[in-house]
Design a protein around this ligand. Sequence first.
Ligand code: NAP
Length: 305
Amino acid sequence: MTVVSPKILLLGKDSQLGWELRRSLSAIGPLIACDRQSANLENEDELRVQVRHHQPSFIVNTAAYTAVDKAETEQAKAYQINETAVRILAEEASRIGAWLVHYSTDYVFDGEKPSPYTEDDEPRPLNIYGLSKAAGERAIRDVGCKHLIIRSGWLYSAHGSNFPRAILRRAIERDQLEVVSDSFGAPTSAHLVADVTAAMLGRLNDLAQSEELSGIYHLTSSGETSWYDYAQFLLSLAQNRGLPIKANAKRVFPVTGASYAAVAVRPKNSRLDTSLLRRRFHVHLPDWKIHARRFIDEVARSRLL
Ligand SMILES: NC(=O)c1ccc[n+]([C@@H]2O[C@H](COP(=O)([O-])OP(=O)(O)OC[C@H]3O[C@@H](n4cnc5c(N)ncnc54)[C@H](OP(=O)(O)O)[C@@H]3O)[C@@H](O)[C@H]2O)c1
């Protein structure tokens, strides 16, 4: 029997997630990995040409406008990248019968729900980034191509711009930190999201009726914490691993989100209910502390800060 490995077109190869997907997706099939130079999401023709030229079975898009505060003053650019380009990818996927795998965010919600958000909850974004990402989700669904829209939150990796790296850097420079204590979520490593994405693609590839799995899925680690407790956890691990921090866990002080002057309003509740994903794709989502420990180990070994 000949087994055909599906061709994968990955956009955003240097994003936190793209970096990890280059590793995890290479076990699924031949991978064409693009960055801004080869597939600019602000160049509609270039995107169409890339898809038509490569004819992939899966288009995996991690490229996005992710500067949450800057988006408030760069609305047109945020929508161009997070909505218009995504609609084009959906149209091209539909044209060749490919799957579009796209990432979205807890920021499509307003954070007012007292429990974790499910895929059935109505998006109600608080800021331009969230609005543009919700518009991208709608564009995919309007076009109607086969899709996985994977919403995650509190994403980090050892290579990229994210909360745990910022906390470690600040703790090395200063002897005390203030961290928001009234926002809750599940820190989620890009490594985990990449591995679960690969498992999802593997399953789609194996199933005859895979179209039935098309839809939105929530993907985060298990468990939950506040930014404040998360920072304390990271700094006590960092201290144990001998990282040169001046502010240890006892030198972190809680503040409210309202007192923290960010340009864009953020949701207080970023918790996502992942039961649909676990049920349909048979994946295990470990507690957030497991990958957080691995992250500190990786930073301590390689001094990646
Ligand atoms: N970070 C989070 O906490 C979080 C949470 C939930 C969901 N997400 C979603 O997960 C996905 C990946 O996030 P991430 O944090 O891994 O992203 P990231 O590290 O911020 O990287 C974004 C990537 O998009 C690329 N990009 C931006 N504009 C582009 C354009 N016009 N053309 C081509 N590429 C462009 C950037 O390329 P350059 O390097 O050239 O700028 C960069 O590689 C995104 O869809 C994001 O919305 C993120």
